[in-house]
Ligand binder design. Structure first.
Ligand code: HEM
Length: 414
């Protein structure tokens, strides 16, 4: 990632802060967070034209007050979205709306994502994990991301939605483009980047439009049918229905991939902790919570102030974009003891890995179960797991945190 250099119209989350603009910094932003938490806990960044917020209680206050800190990027005064983007279905979702509209949208699929509903599908998820690992395990070496952490959640969300999981190379291309942070911020490159994002968004919308039509005619036991039915009953507009499918696909695949990848990055760096997890001396559940805190797959969110408001002595104006750094709050020493230590048995662990408040991650029960099943399946088939390879490459996004590849070696267990 290169440093942002111009004054273009990019959104705050399309750009990384200058301090994090190298690969090394983005892989390990935690010293910078500590410095900011201490010296400039609420600061304005002229490059990205937004506020950055680093301390736990300030992040909490923002996420807890959606009336003052809205999730709708169209309210931001520093961002002029091109008209075609303003109307993109991806902005017509629960993630980017507030109040009654948000609740109406979330209500359409909420039942599907409750822990009980997700638990009923555990057997199927275990079978998917087993299939993938049985294919990859024999040689004693694999790329954890490509061979497992990526395909596993994508197959799961594709099955829940009701789309063929063989289309996953396309899902990956579309999803990665939609969360990408441009490496070159010159005007030409930004224009090309925005065109690519627009194209990915249109292709994804076309893809789901056809699927929604098909399910409206012939419903099945899947999420697209639920969404098509809500649209047919006028509980969703056509754009909202499309946005729904796009959001679930993108949210359901990039983040969980990084949770599994980040978990193995943590555990291979702490072999003694891995052994405790593998043998059941410490619960998989608390291990996953600690990964969510220590290497949060989503490092930052974005909100827009709907009125003038003061935060830690700083005057935030209506229309200003505010970026709460979950990754920094999750290491705030005023809440977490020895926050720079990875402790698999940490309790309590009130991290913001899945956000907080009305927008708290809808997929949290699903992601937790996928991580649990995925890691257990891996430990059942592989012993002495070690990281190999020299340099890690971060995913190309300023708010998603993970690595593009993670080669490992191990002793296959049969
Ligand atoms: C919201 C993280 C997996 C669907 C969120 C938010 C975070 C988050 C931080 C809050 C966004 C905000 O406040 O602006 C994660 C992480 C995951 C994960 C770390 C995996 C480890 C999933 C999965 C799905 C999903 C598997 C399922 C399809 C959603 C949706 C929202 C959301 C729909 C919006 C909820 C709302 O606005 O009411 N997620 N997520 N996520 N997540 Fe996840």
């Amino acid at each position: 990632m290169s440093a942002p250099t111009d004054e273009g119209d990019g959104q705050s989350l399309e750009r990384v802060p200058r301090a994090l603009s190298t690969r090394e910094a983005w892989l390990d932003p935690f010293d910078w967070y500590a410095e900011m938490r201490e010296d400039r806990p609420v600061r304005y960044d002229d490059d990205r034209r937004c506020w950055d917020v680093f301390r736990y209680d300030d992040v909490d206050r923002i996420l807890d007050d959606p009336e003052t800190f809205s999730s709708d990027p169209r309210l931001a005064s520093a961002i002029d979205l091109p008209p075609e983007e303003e109307q993109s279905p991806i902005l017509e979702t629960m993630l980017t709306t507030d109040g009654d509209r948000h609740d109406r949208l979330r209500g359409v699929v909420e039942d599907w994502f409750r822990p009980r509903a997700i638990a009923e599908r555990a057997g199927r998820f275990e079978a998917i994990a087993a299939d993938l690992l049985d294919d990859a395990i024999d040689g004693g070496r694999m790329d954890l991301v490509d061979d497992f952490a990526y395909p596993f959640p994508v197959i799961v969300i594709a099955e829940l939605l009701g789309v063929p999981s063989e289309d996953r190379p396309q899902f990956r291309r579309w999803s990665e483009t939609l969360v990408e942070t441009p490496t070159d911020t010159s005007d030409d490159a930004m224009e090309a980047f925005q065109r690519r994002q627009q194209q990915a968004s249109e292709e994804l919308a076309d893809y789901f439009e056809a699927k929604l039509d098909a399910r409206a005619r012939e419903p099945r036991d899947d999420l697209i049918s639920v969404i098509a039915e809500a649209a047919g009953a006028d509980r969703l507009t056509g754009e909202e229905a499309l946005g729904f499918c796009m959001l679930l696909l993108v949210a359901g695949n990039i983040t969980t991939t990084n949770l599994v990848g980040n978990a193995m990055r943590c555990l291979t760096a702490h072999p003694e902790a891995m052994e405790r997890v593998r043998t059941g001396d410490v619960a998989m559940e608390s291990t996953i919570e600690e990964v969510l805190r220590y290497r949060s797959p989503v490092q930052a969110l974005a909100r827009v102030a709907t009125r003038d408001v003061e935060l830690r002595g700083m005057d935030i104006e209506e229309g200003d974009t505010v970026v709460p750094w979950l990754g920094a709050a999750n290491r705030d020493p005023s809440v977490f003891e020895s926050p720079e230590q990875f402790r698999v048995d940490r309790a309590p662990n009130p991290h913001f890995g899945f956000g907080r408040g009305t927008h708290y991650c809808l997929g949290a029960p699903l992601a937790r179960m996928e991580a649990r099943i995925g890691l257990r399946a891996l430990f059942d088939r592989a012993a002495d797991i070690r990281r190999v390879g020299e340099q890690l490459q971060p995913v190309r996004s300023a708010f998603i945190y993970g690595v593009e590849e993670f080669p490992i070696e191990f002793r296959p267990q049969h």
